[in-house]
Design a binder for this molecule. Sequence first.
Ligand code: TYM
Length: 336
Amino acid sequence: MGKQRILSGVQPTGNLHLGNYLGAIRNWVENQQDYDNFFCVVDLHAITVPHDPKQLAQNTYAIAALYLACGIDLEYSTIFVQSHVSAHSELTWLLNCITPLNWLERMTQYKEKALKQGENVSVGLLDYPVLMAADILLYNADKVPVGEDQKQHLELTRDIVIRINDKFGSKEKPVLKLPEPLIRKEGARVMSLTDGTKKMSKSDESELSRINLLDPPDVIQKKIKKCKTDPIKGLVFDAPDRPECNNLLTLYSILASKTKSDVAIEAQEMGWGQFKPLLTETLIESLKPIQDKYQSIMDDKNYLQTVLKDGQHKAETVANETLLRVKDALGFLPKF
Ligand code: TYM
């Protein structure tokens, strides 16, 4: 039997932060040898909220370079740009026509983002999860490694598959493959540095709320120095009234590759004055190799373009085959 297929992606909206890394990309890297992987820079998703056309292409390069800098290996993985494979838009339309509107209106992320935008909410923002379903389903993905916040979108993707298979396929000949989310326990929900009850997010107005993968050492130091803590001495995981404490210990444990029980012992007598420099040092050290590699990849645009061109060809081959299968099941007249 061949390897199972993985598909995942990140939006090219500004800098990647620790949540994107620990919730998603780090897991892609760790497991990549075991799977046949497709990693997409989802630029069509990036225009569902107002965007700056002067920055979109550069941000797209930057995310592709970060994938490589974080350790995505082209021997096992394909990296491509979503808008380079037109099947994504086309399958989205087909899926739109079988997805009930109220499934989309229920999506938590839509409701939260729509609330922030008031009158300016685009149809694209509402339709965003259908585009995400198309991304996944075109590649017949078995598993989709994401952070906790994408779980509801994965459930919607599964509901769409069940509906389309039920209407247009059969048990013996399903139209689309049913994917599974792959959500790790540790790091699936990295919280904001300024409020441990909110997730770390690109759209938070305060830069102090997140550590970006490309933050230089002095910025990391400043952010950790200023991050929210509590006045209690002795640091512990999982205390319900100490969300910041749990978040910062978890970050330390993952980045220092120490088990939760080892960190619990190490930190039980510590105060913040002792722990913060330790966390700062760990962050700086673990991000440095990524930052160095990122810079050298960004300096070689020809290489990056070759990677994305190869990726496009590989992705198109798989995606176009699925698109044809869906169009055939829906009864479209084939091309002559
Ligand atoms: P995006 O770009 O918002 O986030 C990329 C990945 O980072 C994870 N993530 C987090 N994980 C832990 N803690 C956090 N605070 C945190 N913030 C973000 C996200 O769960 C995600 O895995 N819709 C997706 C992109 C997408 C996609 C896809 C993903 C489009 N098509 C197909 C998988 C498969 C998104 O906006 O992710």
